[in-house]
Design a protein around this ligand. Sequence first.
Ligand code: PDD
Length: 294
Amino acid sequence: MFIYLNDKLVPSSEAKVSVFDHGFLYGDGIYETMRVYDGVVFMLDEHLRRLFRSALLIGLDIPKDVPGIKRALYETLKANGLADAYVRLTVSRGYGPIGLDPDLCKGATFVIIANEFKDYPHAYYAEGIRLMVASTRRNLREALNPQIKSLNFLNNILAKIEAKKADADEALMVNAGGYLTEGTISNIFFVRDHAVHTPSVECGILDGITRSLVIDLAARSGLAVREGEFVPDDLLQAEEAFITNTTMEVMPAGRIDGVHFKTGEVAKLLLKKYKEEVNGYVREKKGESPSLWE
Ligand code: PDD
């Protein structure tokens, strides 16, 4: 396995980062997770736009421009012979003496890890996954904006630990006002009165790229979509619920806390539409240019 580290591919055994890296010491850095279908990185421009937004929000200089990152991504996929994969792109503040000052670091550390994508168990889609509402609240927007896709994941890890204790697969968090936000690695949707509902960005969430596409697909399918403030009870009384992210796509909920849900028709429809969108995107990108990174 080859890892892209700073400016070159190295075998994974040689892919090492300093113990003085501020990503390690302070969680000072950002990342993106992307999905590769048939050799094409899905929604690459959207992921890179969000990466640069995260960088801007923490004042981090990414040591490559967009074409350079695209080339590095596709070189990593090629070196590993990957066509159906997930990719994790991490940019940390880099290494420097101990201390919070970002200027202690000479330059960012840039890492791409790509690996074969292993499908989630079929039952996760057929029967739905187990969700729970955690007591850990989502970070305040005014303290650590969830729109920054940062390496600092302790908020989400604390909620994940609660999920594991409750025998659930994913934890949902509410904000300081008690309104639903998102899962530890996913966005939440529910269906009520034939309308698709999801917490608005103002609730304090990462505006997922899958979430945006699913909102668009729902609207294009003639479904009403409501983004707003919702409480856990709204979710528990829903007809169906599902979560979204880059690797899960659209995954239905089978249980939330003690309440059981059937895999609903809306989740099934949106997953089907999502897959159609992926196929169309891959076809278009392959036909568009001789090299996928230009
Ligand atoms: N997680 N909310 C949080 C907190 C997330 O970490 C993620 C993604 C999402 C969904 O975003 P998207 O649809 O752009 O994947 C929402 C990725 C998959 C991860 O942590 O690897």
